[in-house]
Design a protein around this ligand. Structure first.
Ligand SMILES: [Zn+2]
Length: 201
């Protein structure tokens, strides 16, 4: 157990989500693997806010199922192979996805990525009874995935949401924008990346 890699999970606490700042989080119980926040006094488990919180299945099984889902394995195959309830698999997928989103926001969208060259593209995805568009962006030199956005329409909202995510990843000074013809990139980049110069009027 390492209190330095933990943070307070109480959203009302000033230490919420702040990792490695002094000795705010201490070990509460080695046996129950619980930590305690010195600022608000709340205790929390090692697995709070993760997919492993209060599960009644072995940890390896959750990790295996989430890995298979991430590689596109059909849910029905997982249900059949591990004799799991479909709702359990759906819950693990939902909760691990939410955790991944928080990790991504904390590490990548924290403004520290060197954005030398960014590539963005849209994928057409067929869902059950609907078609969706996934727009995503990556930094070319590091191959780091910067984030994505999903919409039923390939429109300016889709591109705007993506560019706002890109902007959060790192500092942007001068931009050369090249597009294959989707006009939304040019129009939304002007909205998202410009800095207004106030003239006092
Ligand atoms: Zn706290």
């Amino acid at each position: 157990m390492d209190p330095h890699s933990q943070w307070c999970h109480n959203r009302r606490c000033r230490a919420y989500g702040r990792i490695g700042e002094g000795h705010i989080v201490v070990i509460h119980s080695q046996k129950e693997r619980r930590y305690r926040c010195k600022r608000c006094g709340r205790t929390f488990s090692e697995t709070t806010d993760t997919v492993l919180y209060r599960i009644h299945k072995p940890k390896w099984l959750v990790v295996a199922v989430v890995t298979l889902l991430a590689h596109g394995c059909p849910v029905q195959a997982i249900v059949a192979a591990f004799e799991l309830d479909e709702r359990t698999v759906a819950r693990w997928q939902r909760e691990s996805g939410a955790q991944c989103k928080r990790v991504h926001e904390h590490l990548i969208e924290a403004g520290r990525v060197a954005l030398l060259q960014v590539q963005a593209d849209e994928l057409r995805i067929k869902g059950v009874g609907a078609v969706y568009w996934l727009a995503s962006a990556l930094e070319v030199k590091s191959r780091l995935w910067l984030g994505g956005s999903i919409s039923e329409h390939r429109d300016r909202e889709l591109i705007r949401t993506l560019l706002i995510r890109v902007r959060a990843c790192g500092p942007i000074e001068h931009i050369l924008l090249v597009t294959d013809g989707l006009a939304s990139y040019a129009s939304q980049a002007l909205h998202v990346f410009r800095k207004p110069l106030r003239n006092g009027k």
